[in-house]
Design a protein around this ligand. Structure first.
Ligand SMILES: Nc1ncnc2c1ncn2[C@@H]1O[C@H](COP(=O)(O)OP(=O)(O)OP(=O)(O)O)[C@@H](O)[C@H]1O
Length: 688
């Protein structure tokens, strides 16, 4: 729009210039000058107009550069509206379509205004031109003869030419200016075109943004409606729940009010009781004290009565037990038949000559030279009997030492018949020794805390009539047996080591020590153990703090030396002496038992170290068990017959009361006398 306006003005300027030329050629110098001045004035006006036109264009740009007041536009605080739009266009950001629309509208409006102004101005210019064209020429055409060659004319012409030159110069300056203006105008037009393009882009963006906005608005609207619907439904259900809760709370409130009333009443009642409590407490304490005193008195007298009854019952029990023992016989004889070993099965005739009665476990049959011999004992253990079963049958006997009885358990039999197996056992299947101690531990634990028991053990060996301490520091030292100087009439072994044991671990340690000492004292342990007696002496002392009662019992577990008749096989030297010593002690044991059975007034305890040491455990109300070990092999048949005959005789012996018998306990000599049995050679149980 501005371009054609400027072109028109330029054309006008050219026309004016042409008019000036024409007038100059037609008019004289004075008129020409006047006309020139007029034209210059017109020229100046046109320049002004052009200038104002230019400034209007600039103002348009300035107007577009007003500060953007859009509240959503992030650039509004720092940018003009024009710059803001430009920046947003460049950045591809169209955050506020309203703002762009507003800019566009404003720009259009201003352009229209400018167009109107320029159209108006054009009309005015055209009217002016028409007016000038219609007006009679101001120049008066004077026909005069000019003396061309006159000096004045030449001078005036020269001056006019000079002026004309000056005017030409001015005209060229004006043209230059006009070109500059044209350039500026072109620049403005280009800017205008850019702005239009931008406007189109903005419009496109706006439409797109508007479309997006509408879609988003629609989505938001739908979401809003959905949310509202959901919220409504939620609120409805919550309201329902709240109503239900409220009803429940109301119900609770009612019940709580009732409870509160009850509590208030209770509280008042309790308050009164608390106030009265100190007095009631004092009274109750006094009454309780009196009652306690009364009860203590009653309990005390009841206790005394119970104690008296208990003592009486204990005595009765002991009497009954003694009577029972007397009735059953206080010497009992068991027999254990060892199994045939794998090697024996492979190497020899393993046919067993022994058989058992399936109805009576006290009967053993022996087939010898075509004859069947029957032996009746207290119990016969077949080869398959376990260590546990054997110990179970001895349980009552073992535990009677807790009640103060002296007990002797002997393992008797020829070498290799299983004596050591029965008494000591093997590592993973211990024998009577270890099982008896464990049993005593469990029994005394059961009796605690009424009874306080102490269990102590000693281990001795009798080899060639010499007594040795297997738990002592010097196991090879010879020990003596003496009368106790306390006047109790009991025998004791001075210097014998006595270990107190409190746990199965202690037992293991004691056995290990005994075994080690026995092994160090000989060259061949197996042979040595066959030729010596091994004794484990367990003493159980008890004290009842309630009754003041004291008990002391002794359990003697004896693994006797082999009973076979070595002397008859022609043994000499040390073997002969060993055999004589074994025979002597086994004969002495047989004599003692025989004397006891026959109720002799004299019992030859002192005939051997063994019987002398066990004197207090063989006499009186002591209990004795003889475990006769038998080999099942036909090769050992004659020894088996001897052992079984001996066992049967022993079984018929009863120990009599100590009071009715004279004991050899007055002497303190350590040497046994040989007053009853002459140890002249072989001991044979069959002959005994
Ligand atoms: N009831 C049994 N069950 C399994 N094996 C046994 C049984 N009795 C004995 N034996 C085995 O028989 C063998 C001889 O037994 P043991 O050494 O106990 O005889 P012993 O009579 O003590 O001999 P010694 O007089 O030489 O000491 C051993 O190998 C032992 O393990």
């Amino acid at each position: 729009m501005m371009c054609w306006q400027v072109e028109e003005l330029e054309e006008k300027l050219l026309d004016q210039t042409r008019e000036v030329e024409r007038l100059r050629s037609e008019l004289g110098a004075t008129d020409l000058e006047k006309q020139l001045e007029l034209l210059l004035v017109e020229n100046e006006r046109l320049k002004q107009e052009l200038k104002s036109c230019r400034s209007s264009e600039l103002q348009k740009l300035d107007t577009a550069a007003e500060t953007c007041s859009c509240s959503h536009c992030p650039f509004s605080q720092v940018r003009t509206r024009y710059r803001c739009a430009q920046v947003r266009y460049e950045a591809g950001v169209f955050l506020n379509p309203d703002c762009v629309l507003q800019d566009l509208e404003e720009s259009r409006r201003r352009q229209e205004e400018t167009e109107q102004k320029l159209a108006l101005r054009l009309q005015e210019c055209e009217a002016e031109l028409a007016r000038q064209a219609a007006a009679p020429p101001k120049v008066k055409y004077v026909t005069q003869t000019v003396e061309v060659e006159s000096a004045d004319s030449h001078r005036v012409l020269a001056e006019m030419q000079t002026k004309n030159g000056a005017l030409q110069e001015q005209l060229s300056v004006q043209r230059q200016l006009l070109r500059e203006l044209e350039t500026q105008l072109h620049e403005s037009q280009r800017t205008c075109a850019q702005l239009r393009t931008q406007i189109l882009v903005y419009e496109g963006e706006m439409e797109r943004a508007q479309g997006q906005l509408e879609v988003e608005m629609q989505n938001l609207e739908e979401e809003k409606n959905r949310e509202i619907e959901e919220a409504f439904l939620r609120a409805e259900s919550e309201m329902k729940a709240v109503h239900e809760n409220l009803a429940g709370v109301r119900m609770k409130m009612l019940s709580l009010q009732r409870a509160l009333r009850t509590l208030t009443n209770d509280y008042k009642c309790l308050k009164r009781q608390v106030q009265d409590f100190p007095f009631m407490l004092d009274k109750a304490i006094t009454e309780a004290k009196q009652e306690i005193c009364l009860v203590i008195g009653e309990v005390s007298s009841t206790n005394q009565e119970l104690l008296r009854k208990y003592k009486r019952e204990m005595n009765l029990r002991k009497k009954c037990h003694n009577e029972l023992v007397r009735l059953k016989g206080n010497i009992r004889v068991f027999c254990r038949v060892r199994p045939v070993s794998q090697e024996e099965q492979d190497s020899t005739d393993a046919k067993t000559m022994l058989s058992f009665d399936s109805d009576d476990d006290a009967i053993l049959y022996l087939s010898n030279k075509g004859k069947i011999m029957t032996f009746e004992l207290d119990k016969v253990f077949p080869p398959q009997a376990t260590q546990e079963e054997v110990t179970a049958d001895l349980q009552a006997l073992i535990t009677s030492c807790i009640d103060g009885f002296n007990v002797c358990i002997f393992a008797y039999g020829q070498t290799g018949s299983g004596k050591t197996y029965t008494m000591e056992g093997v590592a993973d299947d211990p024998g009577i020794n270890q099982r008896a101690l464990r049993l005593l531990f469990s029994e005394v634990t059961e009796k605690a805390p009424d009874w306080d028991y102490k269990i102590s053990v000693s281990m001795v060996e009798i080899y060639n009539e010499t007594l040795r301490d297997l738990l002592g520091e010097n196991p090879t030292d010879k020990l003596d047996i003496k009368m106790n100087p306390d006047g109790s009439g009991q025998l004791y072994v001075p210097g014998l080591t006595n270990f107190t044991v409190q746990s199965p671990e202690d037992i293991n340690r004691v056995f290990e020590l005994g075994h080690m000492n026995r092994a160090t004292a000989c060259t061949n342990l197996n042979e040595h153990s066959s030729r010596s007696h091994a004794l484990l002496i367990i003493t159980v002392s008890g004290f009842n703090s309630a009754t003041g009662n004291r008990t002391q019992g002794k359990l003697n577990l004896v693994d006797l030396a082999g009973s076979e008749r070595i002397g008859k096989s022609g043994a000499e030297g040390s073997r002969l002496r060993e055999a004589q010593c074994i025979n002597k002690s086994l004969s002495a044991l047989g004599d003692v038992i025989n004397a006891l059975r026959s109720k002799h007034s004299h019992v030859p305890f002192r005939n051997s170290r063994l019987t002398y040491l066990l004197q207090d455990s063989l006499s009186g109300d002591s209990k004795t068990l003889m475990m006769v070990q038998v080999s099942p092999l036909p090769a050992n048949m004659s020894e088996s017959v001897c052992s079984l005959k001996f066992a049967q005789r022993v079984r018929s012996v009863e120990l009599s009361s100590s009071s009715s018998r004279r004991h050899e306990n007055s002497s303190t000599s350590s040497s046994p006398t040989h007053d009853s049995v002459e140890v002249t050679g072989e001991f044979c149980c069959c002959c005994w």
